[in-house]
Design a protein around this ligand. Structure first.
Ligand code: 5AD
Ligand code: SF4
Length: 421
């Protein structure tokens, strides 16, 4: 679902109102039954005014989505100006991305983030998409070197949600809380067979109108076909790194080419693709990251999924150094300049690295535009321990602002996504 910039009511008419958005007046239809008066703050979508909010909330949202002033172009070095020019003409090259990733000067970084934020606003306005993730099993047959769910980690306490519980959690999130985009995630757990998963997807789709991303790892094509036919819409599956040697060293028994073949198969089956990499893997270079960003676009990704490596106990990478948060922001900005219309989520690992809500705001200001909320029932949440100190937004303020119910809210989302759900 979406969060949009607030508007202030200037005049109330019969069935419509004149509002001021970003200082400009516009007439919009009234899509709610609340009593409205001059001076009230509202959220609107396209032609409709959809929710009344109080002034404090309005100010918080305005601050969250504010424009950052760009430095005058003529004060920037030629190289950065050229990169921005190439991005504007949709011909950002790998060298340009490497240049971005190597910027250290804080003034230039501010100019870069402001540019990425401007590109976000110009291409997808102030829509913040909210996703809800249900982590339904922490069993995993794989042994990825960075992950707390790896099968060699004997310290984890395993759980599986029952199919009815997964369905009930999903349906409640959609029908009672207003979520419309769900991610069903697990380790690679073959206990959930094609039949079981198909049934779960079917049942959710029967009772709740929503977009479902699957994040369940490797499966044969015929299984992904069955899931698609049951109503799954997208897949969230990272390639983790585009460097084949690094990939092989982190994923015992697996190769990058197999992973890319899976992603291409998913694309052929017409899944909406969400993929990307971990930033800060040992031995990963800026050249690797630039290749990762190019690959995200080449694969036809709708929603890049990226995040920093977080060192995790009981894994081979437990002593990894945290990356500099600016590297994360540079990757976000480069992605926004390269994929102007992408949904670009602030992932939980970014919030974990950068200190929660503060980090979230910084990521929006560098070009991100989506968030992921955790919908996993409380009793399991701590056991889905992919990495240490995982940030959890208990307050979920954005949920209150961004999740609406009813037909209009679907219209809003579908307009914004460009396809129906
Ligand atoms: N730090 C950051 N991200 C991690 N993931 C797994 N372990 C870690 C970690 N320690 C990410 C992987 C995977 C996603 C579900 O979680 O990129 O694709
Ligand atoms: Fe399993 Fe995914 Fe963790 Fe790898 S990253 S160990 S596949 S849960």
């Amino acid at each position: 679902m979406c969060l949009t910039i607030p508007a202030k009511i200037l005049e109330v008419r019969e069935g419509s109102a004149v509002v001021s958005v970003n200082g400009k007046p516009a007439e919009v239809l009234i899509g709610i039954s609340d009593k409205l008066s001059i001076g009230d703050y509202v959220l609107m979508t396209g032609d409709y005014l959809i929710k009344k909010i109080d002034e404090t909330e309005a100010q918080e949202i305005i601050d969250l989505l504010r424009s950052t002033p760009s430095a005058p172009r003529e004060t920037l070095p030629d190289e950065l100006r050229e990169v921005m020019q190439n991005a504007a003409q949709n011909r950002l090259r790998k060298d340009d991305i490497e240049y971005i990733l190597n910027i250290e000067d804080q003034q230039l970084l501010s100019a870069l983030y402001a540019e990425a934020n401007t590109v976000r606003k110009a291409n997808i306005k102030d829509h913040i998409c909210v996703h809800g993730i249900i982590e339904f099993s922490n069993y995993c047959r794989n042994n990825c070197a960075y992950c707390g769910l790896r099968c060699d980690n004997k310290k984890k306490k395993n759980y599986r949600m029952a199919p009815e519980e997964i369905i009930a959690t999903a349906v409640d999130a959609v029908n009672n809380r207003g979520y419309k985009i769900l991610v069903l995630q697990s380790g690679e757990d073959l206990h959930f067979t094609k039949e079981i998963l198909t049934e779960i997807i079917n049942k959710i789709k029967e009772s709740a109108k929503c977009f479902i991303y699957l994040s369940i790892g490797d499966r044969p094509e015929e299984e992904y076909l069955a899931f698609k036919e049951a109503g799954a819409n997208g897949v969230l599956y990272r390639f983790e790194t585009s460097n084949p040697e690094l990939f092989a060293s982190l994923h015992p028994g697996h190769t990058l080419s197999e992973r890319l073949e899976q992603l291409r198969m998913m694309k052929r089956l017409d899944y909406v693709l969400s993929t990307g990499m971990i930033v800060g893997l040992p031995g990963q270079t800026k050249n690797d990251l630039a290749n990762d960003i190019m690959l995200i676009k080449e694969l036809g990704t709708f929603m890049p999924s990226i995040g920093p490596l977080i060192a995790t106990q009981n894994t081979p990478l437990q002593n990894a150094e945290p990356i500099d948060f600016d590297l994360m922001l540079k990757v976000i900005a480069a992605l926004r300049l390269h994929l102007k219309e992408a949904r670009l989520p602030v992932t939980t690992a970014m919030e974990t690295l950068g200190g929660g809500e503060d980090a979230r705001q910084k990521c929006f200001m560098a070009g991100a535009n989506s968030i992921m909320f955790n919908l996993t029932p409380d009793k399991y949440r701590a056991e889905y321990h992919i990495y240490d100190h995982k940030f959890y937004d208990a307050e979920k303020r954005y949920e209150k602002w961004a999740l609406f119910k009813g037909d209009l809210s679907y219209e809003m989302l579908e307009n914004e996504l460009g396809f129906s759900i």
